[in-house]
Design a protein around this ligand. Sequence first.
Ligand SMILES: CC(C)(COP(=O)(O)OP(=O)(O)OC[C@H]1O[C@@H](n2cnc3c(N)ncnc32)[C@H](O)[C@@H]1OP(=O)(O)O)[C@@H](O)C(=O)NCCC(=O)NCCS
Length: 190
Amino acid sequence: MRIEQLEPAVLEETQRVASELFPWEDEHRMALRAALFPEAHTGFLRARRLNAARFWVAHYEGRVAGLASLYDYVGMPSDAWLSWYGLLPVARGRGNGGRLLDWVIKTARSEGRTVLRLWTTVEDEYRLAIRLYEKRGFTAEEYPPLPGETWRTIVMSLGLTGATPIPWLSVVDRPWLCGRVAPPVAAKVA
Ligand SMILES: CC(C)(COP(=O)(O)OP(=O)(O)OC[C@H]1O[C@@H](n2cnc3c(N)ncnc32)[C@H](O)[C@@H]1OP(=O)(O)O)[C@@H](O)C(=O)NCCC(=O)NCCS
């Protein structure tokens, strides 16, 4: 597996992979484009209170097989948020997921971030990912359910400098949950 920064040449292929991995979500569409062409997506970035969204692509057997993103929030230079992390089934189960996660952790640490966070939901499809996050030392906080949702949302945080991270729910004036859009009605059947 080779990990590379997102380039325009693989945007469409990466978009297809993101849609396959996260069919319930739509935000990755705009986020991928905002990563490549931020000046054309200032509205998206401003609405999410983001300085930037950055993506990396996992190449496996000659094709795009996965992705991972870091969201950088305005006014929160020490935090980075892992988003849109996943691999197609063809690339899974060989340590690639762990390698991609380790690569993101290393990148955030090398940039001087003190905490890496993510949100996910407690559902069968994310069970492996949650176990992997826990193995890497992420700790979980339960987030109040979004309107119209019945499944549990958790925010997971990893201290990158040896210190225990401030719980996300204790952060004053925190932005909306990592750009997550609250569904007006239940987005899927739990
Ligand atoms: C999470 C994901 C990236 C992991 O990728 P992967 O390539 O399977 O990960 P790895 O091969 O590195 O395995 C990670 C751990 O899970 C274990 N594992 C992998 N497949 C397993 C399986 N089918 N059953 C039980 N354990 C399994 C591995 O043994 C490894 O544990 P270890 O570190 O103790 O050895 C991948 O499952 C995925 O893309 N899932 C869908 C998208 C997703 O859930 N994204 C996260 C959203 S929050």
